[in-house]
Write a protein that binds this ligand. Structure first.
Ligand code: SF4
Length: 75
């Protein structure tokens, strides 16, 4: 692994947490993202892939996607 992922707060954390629909899991995932040093890179990665037509569900850069679009989760 190299690049920004190496510095991710969620490194080694079960990724299911970032795709869970449970409110408690979402809050915990947002906590990881809030203090993450690569939050911007993570969000940009998801945005780039989303605009290229890939599905980027789950939480990226502290933002989760729901039916209404992207939503900030750390605020
Ligand atoms: S912003 Fe959140 S999902 Fe993205 S790398 Fe950091 S902890 Fe992981």
């Amino acid at each position: 692994m190299s690049g920004w992922r190496e510095h991710a707060n969620c490194r080694g954390v079960d990724t299911e947490l970032f795709f869970s629909k449970k409110a408690a899991d979402k809050r915990m995932a947002a906590r990881f993202c809030r203090e993450c040093p690569v939050r911007r890179q993570c969000g940009e990665y998801a945005d780039t892939h989303r605009f290229e037509g890939y599905s980027t569900c789950g939480m990226w850069g502290g933002v989760s996607r729901n039916q209404k679009g992207w939503r900030k989760s750390w605020l």
